[in-house]
Design a protein around this ligand. Sequence first.
Ligand code: SF4
Length: 544
Amino acid sequence: MSLVAHFPEGFTPRREQARLLDALESALAEADADPTAPRLFVVEAPPGIGKSHLAVTLARWSESAYLLTSQKLLQDQYEREFGDVVQLVKGRDNYACERYPDGRVPTSLGMCRRPRGPACQCPYARAKAAALAGPVFCANTWYFATLRHWHAEQLPRRRLLIVDEAHSLENQLVNVHAVRFTAAEMKEWLGGLLPRLDIADEYRPLLAPHLERLDAELEAIVRSLEAVRPPDLEPDVFLQMPPSRDEVILLERRDALAGALARLRAFVDGADKEWIVRYAADPGAPLELTPLGVAVDARALLTDCAELTVLLSAYLGPSAVVAETLGFAEDDVRAFVTSSPFPLEQRPIVYRPVGALSRASLAALEPSLFAEIAGILAAHPRDKGLIHVASYAAARRLMADVAQRAPLEARRLIFVESSGAKAAALERHRASAAPSVLVSPSLREGVDLPDDFLRFQIITKMPYPDLGDPWIAARRARDPRWYAVETAKALMQTYGRSCRHAEDHGVTYVLDAQFERFLQHNRPLLPEWFLDAAHAALRVSPFE
Ligand code: SF4
């Protein structure tokens, strides 16, 4: 049966979807026939194309797929829309141990976690077994990569590995592989806060001597746990006996120490990798040792888990950059690109530069930036919107300024104070009958605000990744092209909030004059569906 015949039931593929599926079908056939053909497919489709439908079509066709999402929210969306096709599994903490009557203890702390605790097929074990047995194992990338890297699980090889929203794949893998110690952990396990050093390798001689001592400490905790363990009883009786307070403390210490030791060992034994130190100046800051690249691990993950990998996103950048980042040769990658199905009038960009915003110019330019924002709010008196700001600090300054300058407009603003406050703020925005406007540095992607939930958005500052982060600075120093691609990814994701489906429309205002400069320098990197809107905004021919 053809690939398109596996399109989710009840839906008809759009023209762009059908074209992509035809092209993918030929490439899959070629990969079957020729073992040297490319095995990493990169599918770029603008927002609103329906990438999850493409992912599900591929997964159903293969009958044997891992389908990875960038976040748990997206995983839930797959379950809602395609629950009959995908088998979902999340991390242990998302399931409650059924052996505790009040059901509030996660399975990661379940009754069976004691030494020689009998397992009893809890909701987590059942979900994982069903996902492993079913044709489409659906998880988030973090969980999947953690299983492999930190739990050394050998996941059986499947026909396809499909990664949705794959523009964040490198970042997610880097975070999974990072070795992190909180201030409390350093005090507890490493004899106190470690000094601030610039070179990661200098931490190795400081950390290595702790290994032997902590190994011995872990053994001692395990022996103590054996001593307080309930005597040998029938499994059912054992699993109905909650641990004593002493036992709970020991269990927590054991799990925390085992985790710290695994991280310690990964860094001490990882001298062949280049690591970057992230250790902020404030006294309670964690120490994070982060691998500069994950090419070797990414390649191993992608090639071990499946015969062929499909990466999906609105924009992933040139194949050469994707290949290098993930440890592949450029000719191992095959790219599939489609245009936007939505006319320009539904997704215009309006360019209103107040100046080239940078750390140095920000203080001088903010008054005109805030005045421009107040003007745009006044021009959309009945529309809901979204203002993308550079940071939480910039958001606070904007809120204070608009409160002074335009108190009526200020009442429309909903400040999303932290990433934890996102869900509640979105809920408030959606529920409000007023023309509310979200203000946030972290709603560039992963949020769906179709139709009247977003009629305008404002990009205050170009989303350049923060060079104050040592990892980003080092990555850019190694490959300036990577930095441009990451900026473009963030810009495409932000622009993509404006028009979510064929009948939707929304305008994007860009207020940073760096936009024009970025476009001039990076035109060949950018997709056509974005360039057409950007060039219309700049009033220049798209292809000059
Ligand atoms: S005791 Fe049973 S329900 Fe609880 S975590 Fe262990 S296997 Fe799961």
